[in-house]
Design a protein around this ligand. Structure first.
Ligand SMILES: [Fe+2]
Length: 284
């Protein structure tokens, strides 16, 4: 395989391999490459859904409700969702703020694959941000401060905050994360269980830093995101149909970028479960 680093502190494009045709040795080399770069982009693989799930599963167990989830702005019969109160649109728009997946569950995700099926002509990129490099770049005072802090994480909170609260009943969004009775308390700094690197756990789902007022917490967290999500710690991928990526959710944040939502965009997501020993945080 051919590995070309991206123009950022992380990430690589991988070519000259077929993801459906990796023996155990080739897969182990790919896994090690993933740990090193955190984000791998595979252009033009054109996997189907079954192949995507099988490929993702080689990296570890999947989250049961998210073995394969369609993030798209079209309905089952192919019409484009246009209603502003459509819950799927609200989730898509909420995901345009930086976040990590499943931090609002007791066990945050290990990672995910994401595959492009239908892409708009412009916009609709996915961005990632390197929370390990951002943590390393903090000055000593700030690093000591974040080392001692924790925040809660909630999808209900993050959707409501941007005015995209979802219906309690009859929602077309499957409700994952919206059904949580409380919110886990996570340290702002996470140690990666496989690389040992420390990284920031922040983003749109985080709120209520312990020991701060709500307003102080909001300001502190948003300034931290602004600091962390800037070059060279960010990369945005311009999708072509048939591309697939895999990212490490233990050290990267990600977001979707806006597009003209009268154009269809259909993406498939398969989510790797975190390890209960390493990605668990108790609800409070
Ligand atoms: Fe996400």
């Amino acid at each position: 395989m051919n590995v070309t680093p991206l123009d950022a502190s992380f990430g690589a494009t991988v070519t000259d391999l077929k993801l459906t045709d990796l023996d155990d040795g080739a897969f182990q080399a790919l896994y090690d490459t993933w740990l090193r770069y955190s984000l791998l982009v595979f252009p033009g693989q054109h996997l189907d859904s079954e192949q995507q799930v099988a490929f993702t599963r080689r990296f570890g167990p999947l989250e049961p409700k998210l073995e394969l989830y369609e993030f798209s702005n079209i309905t089952g019969d192919g019409t484009i969702r246009t209603a502003p109160n459509d819950d799927m649109i609200k989730i898509l728009k909420g995901n345009m703020d930086w976040h990590q997946d499943s931090t609002y569950m007791e066990v945050q995700a290990k990672g995910a694959t994401f595959r492009a099926e239908i892409v708009p002509q412009t916009g609709g990129e996915t961005g990632w941000a390197d929370m390990a490099a951002a943590y390393d770049a903090l000055d000593d005072t700030m690093r000591r401060k974040v080392d001692s802090l924790s925040a809660q994480h909630s999808l209900v909170h993050s959707q409501n905050k941007v005015g995209f609260g979802l219906k309690d009943e009859d929602s077309e969004y499957m409700g994952y994360g919206m059904d949580q009775p409380s919110a886990p308390l996570r340290p702002l700094v996470k140690t990666h269980p496989e690389t040992g690197r420390k990284s920031l756990t922040i983003g749109r789902h985080a709120f209520g830093v312990q020991g701060m007022t709500d307003a102080e917490s909001e300001t502190f967290l948003s300034e931290l995101v602004d600091f962390a999500c800037q070059p060279p710690w960010v990369h945005h991928h311009k999708w072509a149909a048939g591309d697939i990526v895999i990212w490490d959710n233990r050290c990267l944040m990600h977001r979707a970028c806006p597009w003209d939502m009268t154009e269809p965009r259909v993406m498939y997501h398969s989510r790797l479960a975190g390890h209960p020993d390493h990605e668990f945080a108790a609800m409070i």
